[in-house]
Design a protein around this ligand. Structure first.
Ligand SMILES: NC(=O)c1ccc[n+]([C@@H]2O[C@H](COP(=O)([O-])OP(=O)(O)OC[C@H]3O[C@@H](n4cnc5c(N)ncnc54)[C@H](O)[C@@H]3O)[C@@H](O)[C@H]2O)c1
Length: 284
């Protein structure tokens, strides 16, 4: 299974257990190289294309650093294994590790793509008694209910008051996976006293957010970012696969369909329209 941050295992962040923040891994991803600093592709005209996040997965063959790879059990189907590389590590990790959902928590998840639905699954597994699923797409909210969310509400101008009403004054943990900066402001506003707002979304780098300065202090609120769910892939993929196999993290619920490489543009169109959650490209 390939993950999008190669982890060198030796830098100060890796050795402190924060492999999602691997320093040489970040440099390699920024430069479009493998972890070694090299590019291994050459086009017929001699140009050397970038490696995309060390994975470059939309190809029949790829070259990777072994530091981008995690061994999965041989009998785990590839289309399930593929889900763990991005959506499950990121979303489940955001709930387990970044938000640290504990039994009895009231949780809201904004955005119900593959990442948000994985966060819903993990919040349920971690013992949240209330999981409010928020999206602008109705069928994704319905899917979240089938995956264990207890409530759903539509994204939009009234979402903050809806979440605050449903959770009796604000959720303990709110996870924003929309990638929309304005929604992060809503997620923060929907978080209760003493609560934690986690953002996973990747908005355009020019976007900024405005937050009330006082309640961060007076309500002891926490706002934090979460990259790769703060996971260590070689520690967490086996954990999450075991949970999946025990029926406690049913990640196959994220899978909307399979497609061939030749149909990849149609797949992206389904993603953009909101029709699909996670689609897996099958290379055979
Ligand atoms: N932090 C990380 O390590 C990491 C890893 C992978 C992906 N990401 C980012 O996480 C985000 C989610 O990824 P994904 O693959 O699930 O994306 P996605 O596009 O499938 O899901 C985003 C969801 O947000 C919903 N949404 C959009 N606007 C909304 C609004 N105003 N209110 C409520 N919901 C709204 C969309 O309908 C969609 O269902 C993206 O921004 C992606 O770039 C971050």
């Amino acid at each position: 299974m390939l993950s999008f941050v190669p982890a060198c295992g030796a830098c100060r962040r890796c050795v402190s257990g924060r492999q999602a923040l691997c320093e040489p891994g970040a440099v390699a991803n920024r430069e479009g190289t493998l972890l070694s600093g090299h590019r291994r592709w050459t086009l017929p005209d001699g140009t050397r294309p970038h490696h995309h996040l060390g994975v470059s997965g939309f190809a029949e063959y790829t070259v990777i650093s072994d530091r981008s790879a995690t061994l999965v059990p041989a009998d785990l189907p590839f289309d399930i294994a593929a889900l763990f590389g991005c959506a499950v590590l990121t979303g489940a990790g955001a709930a387990f590790y970044s938000a640290q959902v504990v039994p009895g928590d009231k949780v809201a998840v904004f955005g119900l793509g593959g990442v948000g639905l994985a966060a819903v699954l993990a919040a349920v597994t971690a013992g949240a008694t209330q999981v409010v699923a928020v999206d602008v797409v109705e069928h994704k909210r319905q899917l979240a209910l089938t995956l264990g969310a207890t409530h759903e509400t539509a994204g939009g101008p009234d979402v903050v008051s809806h979440v605050r009403d449903l959770t009796g004054g604000g959720a303990d943990k709110v996870i924003d996976t929309t990638g929309v900066a304005a929604v992060l402001e809503q997620a923060y506003a929907a978080t209760g006293v003493g609560g934690t707002t986690v953002t996973v979304g990747l908005p355009h780098p020019d976007r900024t957010v405005t937050l009330p300065a006082l309640n961060l202090v007076a309500e002891e609120r926490t706002l934090k970012g979460s990259y790769l769910g703060s996971c260590v892939p070689r520690r967490d993929v086996p954990r999450f696969v075991d949970l999946y196999r025990a029926g406690r993290l049913p990640v196959d619920g994220l899978l909307s369909g399979r497609l061939g490489l030749a149909e990849i543009n149609e797949g992206f169109a389904r993603l953009a329209s909101g029709e699909a959650v996670r689609q897996v490209v099958v290379m055979v």
